[in-house]
Design a protein around this ligand. Structure first.
Ligand SMILES: *Cc1c(COP(=O)(O)O)cnc(C)c1O
Length: 400
């Protein structure tokens, strides 16, 4: 069938046919720097032979991807050293799809106690309903994880640094123990990003990301990524297809746009965060700063050994003298830090957190408040002045 209107029928066809049969025209001499947004469910072909020729290789239907999603997948594989990539509608769906693809009823999996909260809910509810046994382990367990392995252990789930509490995990040690026992190692590498932690070179089999964070980078997009090593890629890709996962064309275009500037944005987030985290560490109101890039942080040696950079997210442990109301009023006073979940956009964020309720393998001992900060792209001195004004009120009995 000819592109556009059927030749010779222009004067005889009805208005509705003219509108519905006028397809997109693709030819133009110049090339746009950014690819067009491929809003496509149906793709049409001229002949049956043409359709048959592309089956299984090129795109035949919108759900199977488009040139933008393919380009993002290739870039991410290249950055992190993966064999293949899949884009999912959210970071959480990347995690749940990857786990679903590799476990069977009767399997056992080991999950870090510091894992992202919703990952834990999926393990406790859905996975257990499917007959998968879940054991949580201390995130700093290292090679001792071998003692928790069973003959049925299929997967070790790691996240380094951990959500909210920022424990660094010894990924090469976990990989060695997992592989020795015939299990796979998956990591949530959202904090590390594909730029700062080369997970596959450190023995990881599956790496997942929330692209809603730095890959999107502008707080206007929810997306996830599954990256896989060659031996497990086919199995995960098949499950991903069977589940019918896909991302929207507009979101894919935003993700590709975010990726272009990932490196300079991260450099700026890191510069600001190192400066502010070190300054906070010296403050009298602060008991500790949970930021692996700081030499004073517990996991600093592992971070230095394995990572090539840090992002803008860290935790601050306040001294235990301040109750929750006093901390809330301090947070309310910040004007350049918005209160909100998520992170990885250009804006600074703050969030009071309490990791105590979700742990089972370890106990979170610190009595004082934990406040999480994301350092955005604002001027560092302005952010410090804002923090200084707010932190001072912690000791101000009359306004607490
Ligand atoms: C935000 C986040 C997720 C979930 O990603 P969504 O895109 O919000 O679904 C998973 N893991 C970590 C470490 C995160 O910070």
């Amino acid at each position: 069938m000819a592109d556009g209107m059927v030749a010779g029928m222009a004067n005889t066809v009805g208005q509705s046919t003219k509108l519905a049969s006028s397809h997109a025209s693709h030819a133009q001499p110049g090339k746009p720097v950014s690819p067009p947004v491929y809003r496509q469910s149906t793709l049409t072909f001229e002949t049956v032979a043409e359709l048959d020729a592309v089956k299984g290789s090129a795109f035949t239907y919108g759900r199977h991807g488009n040139p933008t999603t393919r380009q993002i997948e290739r870039l991410l594989c290249d950055l992190e050293g993966a064999h293949g990539a899949m884009l999912t509608p959210s970071g959480l769906s990347a995690i749940t799809t990857a786990i679903s693809a590799v476990v069977r009823p009767g399997d056992h999996i080991l999950v870090a106690d510091s894992v992202y909260g919703p990952t834990r809910e999926f393990c406790d509810r859905t996975l257990r309903r499917w007959g998968v046994d879940v054991t949580y382990y201390a995130p700093t367990i290292g090679s001792q994880i071998g003692t928790l392995m069973r003959s049925t252990t299929r997967l070790v789930v790691a996240e380094s640094p951990g959500s909210l509490t920022f424990e660094m995990q010894d990924i090469p040690a976990l990989a060695e123990a997992a592989h020795w026992h015939g299990a796979l190692l998956m990591i949530d590498n959202t904090w590390g990003t594909p730029l700062h932690f080369a997970s596959f070179a450190h023995g990881v089999d599956i790496s997942v990301h929330s692209a809603s964070k730095y890959i999107g980078g502008h707080a206007d997009l929810c997306m996830g990524v599954i990256l896989a090593a060659e031996p497990v890629y086919g199995e995960i890709r098949a499950c991903y297809r069977e589940l019918g996962l896909a991302v929207g064309a507009d979101d894919a275009a935003l993700a590709l746009r975010g990726l272009r500037t990932l490196a300079p944005r991260l450099a700026c987030h890191q510069r600001g965060a190192i400066n502010i985290a070190a300054w906070l560490y010296g403050r009298p109101e602060v008991a500790d700063v949970l930021y692996p890039a700081l030499p004073t942080a517990a996991g600093h040696a592992i971070w230095r050994r394995d990572f090539t950079g840090a992002c803008g997210l860290f935790g601050v442990l306040l001294r235990d003298a301040y109750d929750a109301r006093t901390v809330a009023s301090m947070v309310n006073r910040l004007s350049l830090f918005s209160l909100g979940y998520s992170w990885g956009g250009f804006e600074s964020l703050v969030l009071p957190c309490d990791p105590r309720g979700t742990r089972t393998a370890t106990t979170w001992a610190h009595e004082g408040a934990l406040v999480r900060f994301h350092i955005g792209l604002e001027n560092v001195d302005d952010l410090k002045a804002d923090l200084d004004r707010a932190l001072r009120t912690l000791n101000d009995k009359t306004t607490a």
